[in-house]
Design a protein around this ligand. Structure first.
Ligand code: FAD
Length: 455
């Protein structure tokens, strides 16, 4: 019988999380995936980039070893070995995930699926009928008009992930999360990097103070960038790729990485034919991820919410629980933790100062400089923790820059999501010496009793 409680199309973060939670609740589930279980995040996104960034960190640590009294010499990057390390991580996680799906008795189908009616998906000539259908077909790397991806000189993150050499020079078109992460990796690997960003600053969705600090740190690392200027054209020649900007400036490099955002995978899969409401290819849903067609749900990068793996997980779980009847709470997207894993990292949760003001809050800001934190000095990292708070009210946003600050989001997101005030957090004891102490210190300062803070 090919009838299930849940028919899920796409086995990435959103789809497989929905499958695992659905099966855990006792629902019968079929998960249809045309490529590899785990999707973008595991095979072409989060995991491989973070492995590359970690390899880059080791390269930088080796270069700077003498500053810590260690005699070591940086010789070169062996990309084949870096890729073997990265692929080893992916492969282990992939096997683990396959085992998990199997152990939950999920029917796994390898094949390209198509929505053929309001409750049916066809794959490999077989029809799978569901009481509910969950669409989780994810996203693809976009490019710009006139900019053709050739896979060798003009590439997207897909090809950047598997390169077997370090280019001498790279232009990164797009200074968002993915662009800044690759800029960071390549710079650590020894390439000359220039980022071109059309918006006025790098990681423009972050608080302005975080962008400024990242820009300062990148400048210090020798990563060049042009912001607030748009791409006009690109040409290929023997000396590499030359791009021209709208202001007439030109840049030439071995490789051009196009990191201008990701678009939804929603064309030619039968979505329009079933009357599903869409906007620019994104499937529109309510706050429980329901589409306008009863029984059809959509999650992950396919819907216009934050394009993050943990958002996909949360949406997949939400849908399974809603279908089962647990009536889960809708997701508060402001409370989703966000990290750019460059060196230094940029991490945040909650509202930026600008958004908090836009929403009418009486805003108080507090910046705690990591220079006052023991562990940050040990690590030789610079940065800060900035709190955006409602005057005499809860913390509305936490914005951090510095090595490893992504790890501090665990606490920051509790503070934001539990609507804690500075007075709630200030008495909590943070272990010394950790970076997390800076979180405590920032709240102590905001509560009017700074400890290790000057001025
Ligand atoms: C370079 C890069 C780095 C990233 N880093 C991070 C990070 O550090 N942290 C983070 O949270 N997020 C990160 N992301 C984003 C994250 O990868 C995505 O948000 C996440 O993968 C979205 O999950 P999804 O399930 O919606 O889609 P996907 O993971 O894209 O999965 C969709 C799946 O559907 C399958 N599919 C599509 N069409 C069909 C069809 N017709 N039939 C069958 N199967 C189909 C695809 O093969 C794919 O496996 C990164 C992304 C990129 C590109």
């Amino acid at each position: 019988m090919n009838e299930f409680d849940l028919v899920i199309l796409g086995g990435g973060s959103g789809g497989y999380a929905c499958a695992l939670r659905g099966a855990q609740l006792g629902l019968s589930v079929v998960l249809i995936e045309q490529d590899k279980l785990g999707g973008t995040c595991l095979h072409r996104g989060c995991i491989p980039t973070k492995a590359l960034l970690h390899a880059g960190e080791i390269a930088d640590d080796t270069r700077h070893a003498a500053e810590f009294g260690i005699n070591a010499e940086f010789i070169s990057i062996d990309m084949l070995a870096v890729n073997a390390y990265k692929d080893g991580v992916i492969s282990k996680l992939h096997k683990g995930l396959q085992g998990l799906v199997k152990s939950r008795n999920i029917t796994y189908v390898e094949g390209t699926g198509r929505l053929v009616s309001k409750n049916q998906i066809e794959a490999n000539g077989v029809i799978y009928t569901g009481k509910n259908v969950v669409l989780a077909t994810g996203s693809y790397a976009k490019t710009l008009p006139g900019l053709e991806i050739d896979g060798t000189q003009i590439i997207t993150s897909n090809e950047a992930m598997t390169m077997d050499y370090v280019p001498k020079s790279v232009i990164v078109l797009g200074g968002g999360v993915i662009g800044c992460e690759f800029a960071s990796v390549w710079s650590s690997f020894g390439a000359e990097v220039t980022i071109i960003e059309g918006l006025p600053r790098l990681v423009a969705l972050e608080d302005e103070s975080s962008s400024k600090q990242l820009e300062r740190a990148f400048r210090k690392r020798g990563i060049k960038f042009e912001v607030g200027v748009k791409f006009a054209s690109a040409t290929k020649g023997p000396e590499g790729v030359t791009i021209t900007l709208e202001n007439g400036a030109t840049f030439t490099a071995d490789v051009l990485l196009v990191a201008v955002g990701r678009g939804p995978v929603s064309a030619n899969i039968g979505y329009e034919e079933q009357g599903i409401s869409m906007d620019r290819g994104y499937i529109l849903v309510d706050n429980k991820c329901r589409t306008n067609v009863p029984g059809i749900w959509a999650v992950g990068d396919l819907i216009p919410t934050l394009q993050l793996a943990h958002v996909g997980f949360a949406e997949g779980i939400l849908v399974a629980e809603e279908i089962f009847g647990l009536n889960p709470r809708a997701i508060n997207y402001d409370g989703v933790p966000r990290v750019t894993y460059s060196e230094p990292e940029v991490a945040s949760v909650g509202l930026t100062t600008a958004i908090a003001k836009e929403r009418g809050y009486d805003v108080v800001e507090l910046s705690y400089d990591l220079a006052g934190n023991g562990k940050a000095n040990i690590l030789k990292t610079a940065g800060s923790i900035k709190l955006v708070s409602q005057k005499n009210g809860p913390v509305l946003g936490v914005h951090m820059v510095g090595s490893r600050v992504g790890e501090l989001l665990a606490e920051a997101q509790l503070i934001y999501n539990w609507e804690a005030t500075a007075d709630d957090v200030a008495p909590l004891i943070h272990a010394h010496p950790t970076l997390s102490e800076a979180m405590g210190e920032a709240h102590m300062a905001l509560a009017g009793k700074p400890l290790h803070a000057h001025g």
